[in-house]
Structure formats: C-alpha cells, structure tokens
Design a protein around this ligand. Structure first.
Ligand SMILES: Nc1ncnc2c1ncn2[C@@H]1O[C@H](COP(=O)(O)OP(=O)(O)O)[C@@H](O)[C@H]1O
Ligand SMILES: [Mg+2]
Length: 509
C-alpha cells in the first residue's frame, strides 16, 4: 500500500513543497524515514507511532518506509509529524484518499495525538495558494496565522482524530475565517509616547526626520540624559504598517518562531533591541538551517543598538552590507538564502569612557588619549552610514522639574505621514524606493538638484569635515526629508545646512 501527502519545508522565509510518501510492505515491523531528514524528523517515527496508537488507530504491523521528496532538500523540525501520520492512515485505508491532494499538511504531534503549533505556517499558507492547493490543514493554534493569507481555506485542528473525521467527511467543518485587514486596524499601539519626554528639542526633531525619511540615527550623550527613552519612542511616530508590509513582517517572525501563541498578524512596526553581547549570527541571521537574525526581525521597523560602543566591533561590521542593500544573504554548502532587512538603525552611546565629556555639570575624567581611542571606535564605515548624529545633553534643572508634557507622538506622526506622502508622490516611478533614505546616488542627481549658493555651502562642509562621498550623499537625502517636512519641492540652503548639522561626530573629530 502506498500513499502520498503534501507538506512543505521552510527555506529562508519561503516554503518549498515536500511530498511525504508512505509505503507498507512485508517484513519486520519497523519504520524507516529517508530523504535527508534531520534528528527531529527522525524522532517523528516515535511520536507518530504513539500518537496513532493513543488516538485509537491500529499501527501497521509491517515495514513502513517514509520517503520525503525532493530527496536533495534537507528537512528539519517536527512539522512533518502530521503528514507522516496522515500518510500512514491513508496507506492503511483508515482515511479516504479522495481529498489528500487538495491540502498541504503540517503540524507537530504530542504522544496523545494532540497537535502542537509549528513555525513558518504563514509562508506555507502563501505557498499553498500560489501552488494551487485548495487549503491547508494545520494545528488549531496556527489557524489564525495561516488565515491572514487571503483566498486559501484554512482548517485548524486540535487532535489527529479530528483530522481523520474531517477527511472522511469534509462537510463536517468550515474553514477558519479571519479578516487580516481588520486585524491590522485593531492592533494595539505601544504605550510609549513622546509626550513623556521633556525638553530635548533637537533630539525630538532628529527623531521626526528619521521617521519621515527612514534615516539612521545615533544619540550621543551622558548617562541619564534620555537617549534610551527617546529611541524607544521612535516606533510611535512611524506611519502604520500597510497590509502587505504586515504580511511580510509576520512571515519573518513566523519563520523565527516568534509569533505569540494563537497570534495572527504582527500589527506594529517591529522594535528590536539586541543586547550588546549579541553574536554575529544572532544579529544578521545564521544556523545550519538559516534563521533570520535581529536585523531581519527589525525589517520595516527599528533596530536599536543601545550603548553601541559596547558591541563587539566585528559584530557591528556585519551590519555594513545589509544597511546598504536592505537584505542579507546567508550562504551554506547546500543553499543560500536571502532575508529582507530594511530597518532604521537607531544607536546610542556615551561620548567618552566615563560618559561625561562635554557635560555641563560633571567633569570628564578621561585622558585625551582614551577619549581619542573611544572616538576612533565610533568612526569609520558604520558611522558613515548613520545620517543623523545628535548630541543629547543633560536636561536643565528648570526643564527637569517642569510638569508640562511634551508634544504627543500622534501629532508628530501626522507630520511624518504628510512628509512621507510627499516623498511617495515624488518617488512613485521607482516602486523599490519607500523613503528618502532608500535613494541611490543616481536618484540624487535627479531629485536633489542644488542651486549655486547651496552647492557652495555643501562643498564647504565636505572640505571642512573631510566627508566621504557616501556621507555627502547622505546629507542630501536628509536634506530632502527636511524639505519634505517643510512642504518644499526644492532643496534650499536651510535644508542642507540643517542636514550638515547632524554630522556631529564628523565635526567633533
Ligand atoms: N528628557 C527627559 N524627559 C523626561 N524624563 C527623562 C528625560 N531624560 C531622562 N529622563 C528620565 O531619566 C531616565 C533615564 O533615561 P535614559 O533614557 O535611560 O537615559 P540614557 O539612556 O541617556 O542613559 C528615564 O527613564 C526618565 O525617567
Ligand atoms: Mg540608556
């Protein structure tokens, strides 16, 4: 007896169709799994045997051979438990074979036959749709996640025996319904609001520019000046995710196994704040079956490197390419996968080892040499890619004790959205460009022409600060965003002058 069930494996953030063939033949009662299974798939034999027995299905007393195709794709994880069990049920004629070709199956089994959620279900549901399947059969806890994909029937089950009942009588169940767009609209906003921040006008302005143009930002200042507080409030002024963006973000979080139990869509822009002890692979992605790292989990949102100078330098170097390209490629012997990584980088750091260089109250105790070494760590190719470098000073006593609130995030976000609309109208001929920070050199010639006076101003700054070509381009992009916030079609001298001001670290060196 032979049966075949369809399932899928995750490669990067995409799903690849996998056939699960089950053959019963004479011989000693054993189970063999072939087709490049990893350990978790091997262990599936024991889970399947127990789950079937404990669900009241007799296990065949013959040799069971399970073949996973295509044979050259490595299969990992426990999600093949379900298709293997259903394959055995079909091969032993305990379920009807009629509808097996209509569905992709995935799910982990407990020994009692109940189904446990697996990772990557959204990607698999999307693949099922594009491959022309009628639906997917998943653990109940994954049903909401799969159902955000439009136009695919999602059936969620608690127990293996429910699936057998369903395959024997498909009228017994209705597909899971979910309105993904309504989910997105009803998502809860985070609690952090800019109204909690007193003073710090320049830092607030820089946050607004970063949000409007997608520019990278670093706050430099003494401990307790509010750097972390400010950075954590950036998501509150970013425009909401579109449905397409939300699907994209959810897919990455799903593959990484980060969706909350019974979760559906990620409804808000991610804010990722890895610890400074983070390794290279945890930051950019890795593993023998490559999984997304922090930069991809921050896709369409914010990557916050608090106390950036505490991170290992070689780990930070990994960020350079993705910051430029908006994706990261991870190469393994058998495959190479690409993870999207379009994020806004926000960093914070003290100005020197003791933390008080330039402070108005506490004197700095660092030697000039140790300060120099510290600044050297902050310079170079990574800093070149940070457009907005902002000094956050200590609050004045009268600011600190004032009770009045700062401007609320919602008001700032409205300005950001108007500026982004203006940007979008300008960039609409280039769909790959979402915001000003995405522009390349060739776009700048077209969209950021300067009059003679402004040209001279920029030239002077380049000469004085010894700016690289990349840094100069970045000044133009920031200036373009400042002009968009200013509702101006042309780039004018004040826009460029303000953008130059944000190269603080270059100026300090
Ligand atoms: N501008 C500010 N407005 C209101 N509270 C502030 C401000 N700056 C600092 N604080 C208070 O000080 C605390 C420490 O700030 P934090 O952002 O952690 O400083 P830093 O990261 O610069 O060391 C905050 O949790 C907040 O309570
Ligand atoms: Mg801090």
């Amino acid at each position: 007896m032979l049966s075949r069930i369809w399932s899928a494996a995750i490669v990067g953030i995409n799903a690849v169709k996998v056939g699960v063939e089950v053959d019963l033949s004479g011989g000693l009662p054993t189970i063999v799994v072939v087709g490049l299974p990893d350990t978790a798939v091997q262990e599936s034999r024991e889970r399947t045997r127990a789950a079937l027995k404990n669900s009241g299905f007799p296990f065949p007393t013959r040799k069971v051979v399970i073949n996973l195709t295509p044979a050259d794709l490595r299969k990992e994880g426990p999600s093949f438990d379900l298709p293997i069990s259903v394959g055995i049920l079909a091969a032993t004629e305990q379920v009807k074979p009629d509808l097996l070709d209509d569905f992709l199956f995935m799910g982990e089994l407990s020994l009692d036959g109940s189904l446990r959620p697996v990772t990557g279900v959204l990607a698999i549901a999307a693949a099922a749709r594009s491959l022309g399947f009628k639906g997917v059969i998943v653990p109940e806890d994954n049903a909401r996640e799969a159902a955000v994909v439009p136009a695919i029937a999602v059936y969620g089950f608690k127990h293996l025996s429910d699936i057998a009942d369903f395959l024997n009588d498909t009228t017994s169940r209705q597909p899971h319904q979910l309105d993904g767009k309504a989910e997105l609209a009803n998502g809860h906003a985070g609690a952090l609001d800019l109204r909690d921040v007193k003073g710090q006008a320049q830092a607030r302005r820089a946050l607004e520019i970063a949000a409007a143009g997608g520019h990278n930002l670093i706050f430099v200042g003494p401990p307790g000046s509010g750097k972390t507080m400010l950075a954590r409030r950036l998501p509150s002024i970013l425009p909401p995710l579109s449905f397409e963006e939300a699907l994209e973000v959810t897919r990455i979080h799903s593959v990484a196994g980060l969706l909350k139990e019974k979760g559906s869509l990620v409804t808000h822009r991610p804010f990722r704040s890895p610890h400074h002890s983070a390794s290279g692979p945890s930051l950019v992605g890795g593993g023998s079956f490559p999984k997304p790292g922090e930069i991809s989990l921050a896709h369409r949102g914010v990557l916050f490197l608090d106390e950036m100078t505490e991170f290992k330098r070689d780990v930070l170097e990994f960020l350079r390419q993705p910051l430029e390209d908006g994706y990261v490629t991870i190469t393994r012997t058998r495959q190479s996968v690409e993870f999207p990584a379009q994020f806004t980088l926000v960093a914070s750091t003290n100005p020197c080892p003791c933390g008080y260089y330039g402070d108005s109250v506490q004197p700095c105790t660092c030697s000039p040499r140790s300060r120099e070494q510290y600044w050297a760590r902050l310079s170079g190719p990574l800093m070149d890619r940070i457009d907005l470098q902002v000094v956050v000073g200590r609050l004045k006593p009268e600011e600190m004790t004032r009770i009045s609130e700062g401007e609320p995030s919602e008001k700032v976000r409205m300005r950001v959205e108007v500026a982004r609309d203006r940007t979008r109208d300008r960039l609409h001929s280039e769909p790959s460009l979402q915001c000003n920070a995405d522009m390349q050199s060739r776009h700048l010639r077209h969209w950021c022409p300067l009059d003679d006076a402004t040209q001279t101003l920029l030239e002077g700054a380049v000469r004085k600060l010894g700016l690289s070509a990349r840094a100069t381009d970045r000044i133009l992009k920031v200036a373009r965003t400042i002009a968009d916030l200013d509702n101006s079609d042309t780039l004018q001298a004040p826009h460029v002058a303000e953008a130059i001001q944000y190269r603080t670290i270059d100026r300090m060196q």
